[in-house]
Design a protein around this ligand. Structure first.
Ligand code: TYM
Length: 400
């Protein structure tokens, strides 16, 4: 396999508060749970956040269970972790672990959001894990002044359909909607909140004097599901969180209070971001023309992919002469992460760099594959409407 990169124990919070800020002018990129900017150097992020790289030894241990290596691990899309080796120890010792992941329902779901969910589903299947899936409708209401409860309620419903359509095991998956299931979170959240100072929250999340106090008080609500499994199972229960690395600040403060509260520290497996079709920054709902949404119609997908930025040269003649820059091309990365086999992808890279492949061909492959994938997904999304109650934490329906 070609090794490619698509861009360049005790407390998880150091004493130097500046070092913990994810919003630090020392760095030429910024990663917070609410903002991702600049060209991210993932190795620097590992050092800055104090996480661990995923080693070949860990991948080999996962393979002992799964029998194969998932492409997102092989291609280093999931690149960093905290205590994943410990989770594997627990599993090997016969102790089961919960999975926990989530979504902030501020818009429709795009395929960037789906990447950690597809991986979570795979881990659920292979390890037989139960999953808590949190919908932070409170966070998204609080985050900006211009979102109404009705708007968030609409996206909550639409996002629930996406979550169910991913194909999680209905017997082992529960969706927690913050404003509806708060009674299960609040006792834990207040225990957590009591142990985190404003000074720590400011340093970790970059809060300032102009941040509304709802947002400042929110992190313990996202931390609470890390400990809920221990309450449900009535014994300390390990938890693994698959998510992109933007969510890591939450886990840093959670891990810091866990043992003091009598719980295990939650473990994480962090992914990179799926780039936008414009290649500037991550795929984001705020730039809908450069994101592929699960509800996009085939002609919309085709239009977006046709207009995508590529690593190609300005003219066909130059492309033939100089070759393209696949590693700087979102079309290449989407195909590699989602649709190509490893061999197809390596061949695509070589053909592109040697000028034997034109961008139109890659775009046509991506458009076709995305239409197929999202077409199937849309059918499952429709069926999801009938089974919402089965997935909700309280077993009650959620109406549009
Ligand atoms: P949200 O809705 O911003 O994102 C949902 C999930 O998608 C990941 N993500 C991406 N992954 C790859 N490429 C991208 N371009 C991209 N954009 C977003 C996020 O890391 C996340 O995993 N506060 C959270 C909701 C939440 C949560 C959780 C997430 C609550 N509990 C536990 C993960 C784990 C949020 O607003 O996520």
């Amino acid at each position: 396999m070609l090794e490619l990169n698509h861009s360049k124990g005790s407390s998880d919070i150091s004493n130097d508060e500046d070092d913990n800020s994810t919003n630090n002018s020392k760095h030429d990129f910024k990663v917070t749970p609410w903002e991702v900017e600049g060209e991210i150097d993932y190795n620097k992020l590992i050092a800055q956040f104090g996480t661990q790289p995923i080693t070949s030894e860990i991948i080999e241990r996962i393979k002992q269970v799964t029998g194969e290596v998932h492409p997102m691990l092989k291609l280093q899309y999931f690149f960093s972790h905290r205590d994943l080796d410990w989770i594997l120890n627990k599993h090997e010792g016969g102790e089961s672990f919960y999975l926990y992941t989530g979504r902030g329902p501020s818009g429709m779901v795009h395929i960037g959001h789906m990447m950690p969910w597809l991986f979570t589903k795979y881990i659920q299947e292979k390890f037989g894990s139960k999953l808590l899936f949190q919908l932070t409708d409170d966070e998204k209401f609080l985050q900006t002044q211009d979102r109404s409860r009705e708007e968030i309620g609409h996206y909550t419903y639409e996002n629930i359909l996406d979550i169910i359509a991913v194909g999680f095991n209905p017997d082992k998956t529960k969706i927690i909607l913050d404003t509806r299931h708060i009674q299960h979170l609040y006792p834990i959240a207040t225990e957590i909140a009591k142990r985190i100072t404003f000074s720590t929250a400011k340093a970790v999340f970059g809060f300032s004097n102009s941040t509304n106090i709802g947002m400042i008080g929110f992190p313990p609500i996202q931390a609470a599901p890390c400990f809920l499994p221990s309450i449900i199972e009535n014994k300390p229960t390990p938890v693994l969180i698959p998510a992109a690395i933007d969510q890591d600040p939450y886990w840093r403060v959670t891990r810091d209070v866990a043992e003091r509260m009598g719980y295990y520290k939650p473990a994480q497996i962090h992914s990179k971001f799926l780039p936008s079709l414009g290649m500037v920054g991550k795929m984001s709902s705020s730039k809908p023309e450069t994101a592929l949404f699960t509800i996009d119609e085939p002609e919309v997908i085709d239009k977006k992919v046709s207009a995508a930025f590529t690593g190609g040269q300005a003219t066909v003649a130059l492309q033939r002469q100089l070759g393209g820059n696949a590693l700087g091309c979102p079309v290449f990365w989407y195909l590699r992460y989602l649709f190509d086999t490893e061999r197809q992808s390596d061949e695509r890279l070589l053909k592109c760099s040697s000028g034997n492949l034109l961008c139109g061909e890659c775009k046509s492959d991506l458009s076709k594959e995305s239409q197929k994938f999202l077409g199937e997904f849309k059918k499952r999304r429709e069926k999801a409407k009938d089974v919402i109650a089965e997935f909700m934490f309280d077993g009650a329906p959620y109406e549009k």
